[in-house]
Design a protein around this ligand. Sequence first.
Ligand SMILES: Nc1ncnc2c1ncn2[C@@H]1O[C@H](COP(=O)(O)OP(=O)(O)OP(=O)(O)O)[C@@H](O)[C@H]1O
Ligand SMILES: [Mg+2]
Length: 304
Amino acid sequence: MIKVEGLTKVYGPITAIKGIDLDVEEGEFFGFLGPNGAGKTTTINILCTLLKPTSGRAMVNGFDCYTQPHRVRSSIGLVFQEYTLDNDLTAYENLIFHCYLYNMSRRDAERRIGEILEVVDLWDRRDSLVKHFSGGMKRRLEIARGLLHRPKVLFLDEPTLGLDPQTRLNIWDFIERLRRMEGITIFLTTHYLDEAEGCDRVAIIDRGEIIALGSPEDLKKGLEGDTVYLRTSNDREAKRIIEERFGIEVGTIDGGLVFQVRGGERFVPKLFNGFPIEIVSVNIKRPSLNDVFISLTGREIRES
Ligand SMILES: Nc1ncnc2c1ncn2[C@@H]1O[C@H](COP(=O)(O)OP(=O)(O)OP(=O)(O)O)[C@@H](O)[C@H]1O
Ligand SMILES: [Mg+2]
């Protein structure tokens, strides 16, 4: 559905993206994760035909983003990072205006608006001015607008930026519901790790380069060490036995034991097998995508 080869964008002295390659399958929920200024919006803008690449190629739905922009535009829906609704129009008016831009017939437009306003739970507010909407309602309306013309791919640039945590969760639930209902391809940028965790695959971008690509599970598998927390009826003895049997160093915290192993979910059954001391509880903490980013760059996503 999306194919990117050697894509580069230079703004004077700044190279915003440096020869990136990407493939996104039809129906995939794809996340583009990176810190501020990494090149996420630049990439989306090229894919959405708003920006000309300096070199390289981008295709969406089989069409070239640079030489066939109209074909690409009818294949995609876009929700910008910045707020773009018309405050002085009602929700309904914002949507019908968009339908006309996409050359939809009045009948089709009306039917589709009704359908989509139900999905985003705004049908009852269709005649309210958008300036009276809350942040979360506005975001839902923008997403609805991006879906009106039944695009094959929906681009969402930081869909939950600037929203409070509860509204973020709400929008996120809604995006997941939408993905199941409409069955479309979703390409989303974010610098929130928890959002990236929910994607089928994630590309991590840093300073214009893709430094990792894969499912969140696969990316984390590459890291050494899940952390295992263990409580037993005799920690001192348990520590000694684990160190001896498995040759790993075991630490103690808060009246329990802690150690790092690779593939914790396979290690724990081995540990249980014939263990002479009663195990009271066990907890495995997996590495996060933040740990992946740190291991690749030495920095946290947030601090940059
Ligand atoms: N029109 C422009 N002219 C000059 N430099 C630009 C322009 N647009 C973006 N840049 C630069 O390109 C780099 C990538 O910017 P981009 O907006 O793509 O990052 P981003 O990953 O979307 O960041 P954010 O998370 O803050 O939205 C930054 O260094 C930015 O300053
Ligand atoms: Mg951006």
